[in-house]
Design a protein around this ligand. Structure first.
Ligand code: SAM
Length: 255
């Protein structure tokens, strides 16, 4: 009798790996993950021809990899694999990068691009958007403190598969990577008068309560984004966007 744990049928592989893997939900998440060298043991689609046509149009660089990886499965089977089926009808499982490798990346000095710290973020969509920004700007990584899991499927969905383009880990404030901490807060010095160094640790507070006391105690520079009186604060992810843009516009630059 065939040993089910050795089956090469994609649905069996999926069921075997689902609990320990990262769900890549949709064509774009899979495309990004492949571009940034994720290991993808299984990928399924409800329409192989349509998925490969999308690759021809939008991502010819990963078309061959997709051709090898993608297995067509019936719509009903696909719906059992993913909680909210994606309009592109593509889903895959990727191997999560090792924590040790990510920690090594985060702690390596000298650093050529900042680390973004989200201090006890609450909103999964914000965390995903920040990971996408960090990937786009070539940040070294994104560290979260607190209870939110930055590899939660909703965060991965919001990050469009770009968790593989930057080092994403959860750490305690006491374990933050080396480098001067620039913490963003409306009470800080105006960012427009500052150059953010490439080895900066850029810290942002929680959506509800701002920066924690622990993070403030680690802060070297408190920095504000321009904002007119009577506006209390910006959204967390847009604050990260402005700060990374400022870093890039004042010398630090994505490739
Ligand atoms: C939604 S805000 C937090 C609002 C929160 N109610 C508070 O008391 O600070 C989330 C984070 O975005 C950053 N932020 C928002 N607006 C900012 C501004 N004008 N200057 C600097 N940082 C800002 C800060 O890091 C802040 O902790």
């Amino acid at each position: 009798m065939t040993d089910p744990s050795r089956s090469t049928d994609p649905l069996s592989i999926w069921h075997r790996l689902a609990d320990t893997s990262v769900l890549l939900d949709g064509f774009h998440a899979l495309k990004h993950a492949l571009r940034f060298d994720a290991r993808v043991p299984v990928a399924v689609t409800t329409d192989r021809r349509a998925a490969l046509a999308l690759a021809d149009e939008l991502a010819p660089d990963v078309r061959d990899a997709l051709d090898v990886l993608l297995t067509e499965v019936p719509e009903a089977a696909y719906r059992t694999l993913v909680p909210r089926p994606h309009p592109t009808g593509v889903a895959a499982l990727a191997v999560r990068p090792s924590r040790e490798a990510n920690l090594e990346t985060l702690r390596r000095t000298p650093r050529i691009a900042p680390v973004v710290v989200l201090d006890n973020p609450r909103n999964l969509g914000n965390a995903g958007a920040v990971i996408r920004l960090a990937a786009g700007f070539g940040a070294t990584g994104v560290v979260t403190t607190g209870t939110l899991d930055p590899w939660h499927p909703t965060v991965v969905r919001g990050g469009a598969g770009l968790h593989f383009a930057t080092a994403v880990e959860r750490l305690a404030v006491a374990e933050l990577p080396p480098g001067p901490v620039f913490a963003l807060d409306p009470e800080g010095d105006d960012i427009r008068g500052l150059k953010l160094p490439d080895d900066a640790v850029l810290a942002f507070g929680s959506e509800r309560t701002g920066l924690s006391a622990d993070l403030r105690a680690r802060t070297d520079h408190l920095v504000s984004l321009p904002m007119r009186p009577q506006v209390s604060s910006y959204n967390l992810a847009t604050s990260v966007a402005m700060t990374l843009y400022h870093w890039s516009a004042t010398g630090g630059a994505p490739a």
